[in-house]
Design a protein around this ligand. Sequence first.
Ligand code: KIV
Length: 278
Amino acid sequence: MSGKNKLINLPVIKGMRTTLTTLQKMVDNNEKFTVLTCYDAIFAKILENAGVDVLLVGDSLGNVLQGHSTTLSVSMDDMIYHTRCVAQGSSKALIIADMPFGSYQISPQQAFDNAARLLAAGAQMVKIEGGNIMSETVHFLTQRGIPVCAHIGLTPQSIHQLGGYKLQGSTDKTAKQLLDDAKHLEKAGAAMMVMEVIPARLAKKITHALQIPTIGIGAGAGCSAQVLVLHDALGLYHLKKPRFVKDFMAGAGSIQEAVGHYVSAVKTGQFPAQEHEF
Ligand code: KIV
């Protein structure tokens, strides 16, 4: 066989990572996808073996790993380290990395510099908190090849402005504001939208108004996908158990089995149930 033919005879690459296209197709086919936060290699392997589609390296690591009461002290170095660990342990799931507080709010250029470091560490997408004010940054990043997941509703990095971890969008005015924010962010190029702790009815309305997948946490079953903080899903609460959380470890024989229960509960629409909604 000539050298040229050998090159053509490439082996089939198996086990490619989930892509945004795959997830969008699932949503277009009315199939829900699953997200869990993840901060290290061993959990990355367990979670994707249990069928989790997306691993979110969340800045919630400031709470559950570092023991802080907010996410505000999480640094870019922390996020890069944990993104590397997750990328090292996984081969199938799409990895989203949170941009920590102070790493993207100054300017789109600052956001690009830091987002590029997260992609170099192994993320396929970055997540930024905030409404329409972030549209310019979302546009800047997406035009330059960096996929962005937006995050609206309860945005923990704004905790001091919000006055606590509480329900957002509960009045007509704030609900309209969130719907408008979501539309602006989608138009700016966001490819996914996390919606945290908002009324289930509003989350469903926003999901119907958008083409891109919505990922709910405390936002009811009407979203395209669900996310939980891993420790919460395993019954390890850094504060008290939030209403929207279910302990999937209860009755499970192993962590992988518990995560498998989460995956099937989300895919079959059993989680979140009404008791987890607002
Ligand atoms: O940091 C995180 O874990 C998050 C989820 C709560 C969505 O942003």
